[in-house]
Structure formats: structure tokens, C-alpha cells
Design a binder for this molecule. Sequence first.
Ligand SMILES: Nc1nc2c(ncn2[C@@H]2O[C@H](COP(=O)(O)OP(=O)(O)OP(=O)(O)O)[C@@H](O)[C@H]2O)c(=O)[nH]1
Ligand SMILES: [Mg+2]
Length: 169
Amino acid sequence: MAIVNGDKLKIVVFGAFDAGKSSFIRAVDPASRHVEARTDGGLTTVALDFGRVTIGNTRVFIFGTPGQERFEFVRGILSRGMDGAIVMVDATRSVDAMTCDFCEWLHETGVPFVIMLNKCDLPAASPGTFANLAGDGFVHCISALTGDQVHEGLRLFVERLIRLRRKNK
Ligand SMILES: Nc1nc2c(ncn2[C@@H]2O[C@H](COP(=O)(O)OP(=O)(O)OP(=O)(O)O)[C@@H](O)[C@H]2O)c(=O)[nH]1
Ligand SMILES: [Mg+2]
């Protein structure tokens, strides 16, 4: 996937329902916007999340997708023209088919991606469970709730995207 503008990056956050995609974008950008609906269990994304952050000289635009299966068409729209992707995983759960499909699809399309193992603040988090998910890819343990490793994980990924862009010029 070509990176069109040298100083701008579009990153899209994928992940199963409730993995913490919206929380991640809130932690990255407190002024982020969210289109969500209230359910018995709290809020769920029904359209998108949108946040912005500047890392070095690069303006990063982050789009969060809905996790519910039925919103596949929204994920299709939001993924257009992305420079990189984040797969958000709830590290307290077991590996699910949807998350595996995201990783496989991104691998096939050649879009650089990172797996963020979220909810690592919880004692039930078991990052080792996901070792096979990434293959030789990149994995980062974070907590979108406490903010731990959120900025660091994003910065490392953005720097990797910038290095790839320079290499492909
Ligand atoms: N303990 C803990 N809870 C978290 C963390 N991140 C998110 N949560 C909680 O997990 C729930 C789901 O978070 P969201 O950010 O809405 O998840 P989502 O992936 O956007 O969910 P959908 O849009 O419905 O797919 C909320 O109750 C959050 O407070 C985390 O790092 N630690
Ligand atoms: Mg959400």
C-alpha cells in the first residue's frame, strides 16, 4: 500500500467486539470523536472513532472500526487507503476467529500492522496466549484504560511506518 503523503499517516484500528479499540483512541487523543450506541454492557461503536496525534513531524489520523460482525461494510469503507493497521486484542480472552481473520487479511494485503494486546492491567491478561497470532510480526502489551504503553506502542509503530516509507521511495 502506497503512502501518499510523506507527513501524514492513516492508521485503522481493527479488533473483535469489546477489545478496547475506542478506549485506545481516547487514550491517544483526549479530543477524539466517537460514534457509539449505548447497550446493556456499555458503549459500542456503530460507525467509527476518529483521533489525531502528531508524532515527530508526522500527523497521524487514527480511525477506529466497530467490532460487531455485522459492521463488516463499515470496516471495508474505513480501511480504504490505510497506511497501517492496529489489531486490538483483549489479552484476557482466548484467541478468536475474527482476530485471526484480521491478521490473515492484513498479512495477505501487505498492509503493515501491529498487534496491541490490551487490558494488560488485569490479572487475567495472558499475553503469551497470542504468541502464534503475530508470527514474526510485531506485538505490544498495553492498557488503554490506564494509558500504559499506549503512546510508546503507537510511536514505535509510526516510526516503523516512516522507515518503510523511506525504504520504498
Ligand atoms: N481493564 C481494562 N478495561 C479496558 C481496557 N480497555 C478497554 N477496557 C474496557 O473494555 C470495554 C470495551 O472498551 P471499548 O474501548 O469500548 O472496546 P471496543 O473495542 O471499542 O468495543 P466495540 O466498539 O463494541 O467493538 C469498556 O468497558 C472499557 O472500559 C483496558 O486496557 N483495561
Ligand atoms: Mg468501539
